[in-house]
Design a protein around this ligand. Sequence first.
Ligand code: EPU
Length: 424
Amino acid sequence: MVKIKVYGNQKVEGVIPISGAKNAALPLMAASILSNNGLKLKNVPPLLDVDNMLCLLENLGVICQVDQENTFANSISLKTDAIYNFLAPYDMVKKMRASILVLGSLLARYGRCKVSLPGGCAIGVRPIDLHLKGMEALGAKVELRDGYICASTDKGLRGVEYKFPIVTVTGTENIMMAATLAEGTTVLKNSAQEPEVVDLANCLNKMGAKISGQGTKVISIKGVSDLHWTEHNVLPDRIEAGSYMIAAGITKGCIDLQGGNFRELLPAFIEKMKQVGLTFCDIDGGIRVQTTGALEPACINTAPHPGFPTDLQAQTMAMLCIVNGESYITENIWENRFMHAAELARMGADITLTGHTARIRGVPLLHGAPVMSTDLRASFSLLLAALAAKGESIVDRVYHLERGYCCIVEKLARCGVVIDKIKH
Ligand code: EPU
């Protein structure tokens, strides 16, 4: 799928099953390397980024078997007793920054690895200095040579107290994975509290790790000598759920989201959406979200969990574009995550950017237009705007959507939405 044609003025009404979280599945897959005995993951979303991680693991020597559970989920068995390669090459890492997650597990289990530097990406510079400092604190020797991180340890990793200067999600995951096999206890301060970090810690504990404090700022990891096989269900994708909540908001629809406790996973987001005027009620196995009356403008600041997630900022902006009054969004995580603003403006939105803050003056109606996706969440925001707009839109470069939203066309079709895939 290259582009999608979206017909405007559509209402999203129906039931949407929420898939497993991409941002939980990727670190869990990397965690398989920590054990000689493999790992079985269930509820894995069939997504491009998951395929990319499978390629990377296979390249290392992991034997991967993918079985379909249903249209929206696979189970993946990872057999890890024959890893022979410790190189994550540039061609693979450049496709997906989360490849950096193999650093901690390769280093912990094999004492050496060579991982390409990921480089920048559309939403910001995205350094990995904190991953490297954490590995050094655990006793690894880290060198940067010819675009690669060459990390090794002579006597194995050893437990340490390490404070992250800023909150990093994959940084916390990487160091936590490395510390599971280190000698002694590691205490990670100012850790990320995201549910995906908790899911990883819970899976590692099922494999025999001794991790406590996950979900708080201080995580303790008592090193063990090896880990065993387990089976783990990937937690539901809170960002996918939040994105569809906004679909109900922007189209004045009603959606039953199935598959998780989304109130617990999205506390600040749901609170803000209630202020905007969306209504939520618990249903069997999920939550119903709907909009009936007029929506109110909002003032939003993105922040690490449990704050308002940056990964729902673009989608929220699309909705606020047609809310009467002035809204403000300040993006505090990524320095360049407003690229959707210019595309939304092509559809008639009134957005002014000043540094990290966007002022959005609501307009009565957006108009269909050809627009270009710039990253995963921005793509969804353009799709949302197109669904609510007057007339047709063509959204280009939608391969971004396929990286992180499982079966989007099929899920929306279940809610009566018509979207045409354009293959070239
Ligand atoms: N940072 C550094 N140095 C580091 C690591 C991070 O300066 O070594 C900075 C980043 O540049 C950024 C901030 O710290 O300004 C937070 O970055 P973080 O490391 O938390 O981001 P990440 O782990 O690379 C994950 C998600 C992102 C999500 C962020 C924030 C995965 C695979 N990715 O990225 O998801 O936006 O956390 O919640 O888990 C997405 O799904 O669309 C996406 C971009």
